[in-house]
Design a protein around this ligand. Structure first.
Ligand code: A3P
Length: 286
């Protein structure tokens, strides 16, 4: 781990490019409103996709926000330095993103009525996506070989710690009907159905036509062309899309192109042991 690139927050590794002690204090003290909507993910699980989807769902399919505001200001990350700068420009209901585990949410979140959409993605594809992201993002350490990165991933020596800890923290969250769980794989298989679930959950009552329009805007190929969402506004010396585009493949099962049978067996056995007793029904083999 290269010093200076990361800081430790309650044992979790966070990149200093976007996180400071002050931004984390700001997040802890953040005043959550009852109407707030939080998109919660472990990194590389579809956050950017949700930053496109949720403003459209909340605004009845109006494309203006996704065509004019970069994703990081449209649905800012609670724990990042930008939030304090842009929060006053967010219109109600505000949409925020976070990679924080449940127990590190702001104190005011727990007594609020704010809603949460938690997106889970197959950890094998999360790791593959993260591996390529580390190659293109100059503010992160080189991932090393795939084998070396897998070792770090399984030990939680990666951004925001262990995948299993993150997922379990939000699966055990005592939020009743304030939380909706969905998987990246479900969104990929049936985006229209996922959008209907978001609309119902957020009480937006969208028409079928509006949902079709949002699905069109949010499909991988269209998002890839949207400069407000594809990170092309970030200078190449910070994110080099010639090494790997941020919106890379957008598929389920790319892990099959990366894991050897032995690596897959080892990865699956570690994750299965840590997820034992969890009622997570998940298409692990997708
Ligand atoms: P891949 O690297 O597997 O392509 P995050 O935004 O949490 O960092 O997650 C990034 C991953 O979500 C990338 O996965 C990216 O391509 C994928 N993604 C972003 N928008 C998507 C979309 N519209 N459809 C499918 N996948 C999408």
């Amino acid at each position: 781990m290269s010093s200076g690139r990361y800081l430790l927050h309650h044992g979790l590794l966070l990149p200093t490019v976007a996180h400071t002690k002050e931004s984390l204090k700001y997040a802890q003290d953040f005043h959550v409103e009852d109407t707030d909507v939080f998109v919660v993910t472990y990194p590389k699980s579809g956050t950017t996709w949700m930053q496109e989807i949720i403003p459209l769902v909340l605004n009845g399919g109006d494309l203006t926000p996704v065509q004019t505001i970069p994703n990081w200001d449209r649905v800012p990350w609670l724990e990042e330095t930008r939030t304090a700068l842009v929060v006053d420009h967010l219109t109600s209901p505000r949409a925020l993103a976070t990679h924080l585990p449940y127990q590190l949410m702001p104190a005011s979140f727990f007594s609020s009525k704010a809603k949460v959409i938690y997106v889970t993605r197959n950890p094998k594809d999360v790791m593959v996506s993260s591996y390529h992201f580390h190659k293109m993002a100059s503010f992160l350490d080189d991932p090393g070989t795939f084998e070396e990165f897998m070792d770090k991933f399984l030990k939680g020596k990666v951004l925001f710690g262990k995948w299993t800890d993150h997922v379990k923290s939000w699966r055990h969250a005592d939020l009743g009907d304030r939380i909706l769980h969905i998987t990246y794989e479900e969104m990929n298989q049936d985006l229209h159905g996922a959008l209907r679930r978001f609309s119902d959950f957020l009480g937006c009552n969208l028409s079928e036509e509006a949902i079709d329009g949002i699905a069109h805007q949010c499909c991988f190929n269209n998002m890839r062309k949207n400069s407000m969402s594809n990170y092309s506004l970030v200078p190449q010396n910070i994110m080099d899309s010639s090494k790997s585009p941020f919106l890379r493949k957008g598929i389920s099962g790319d892990w099959k192109n990366h894991f050897s049978p032995e690596q897959e067996a080892q990865f699956s056995s570690v994750i299965a042991a840590e997820m034992e007793g969890e009622s997570l029904s998940f298409p692990w083999d997708l």
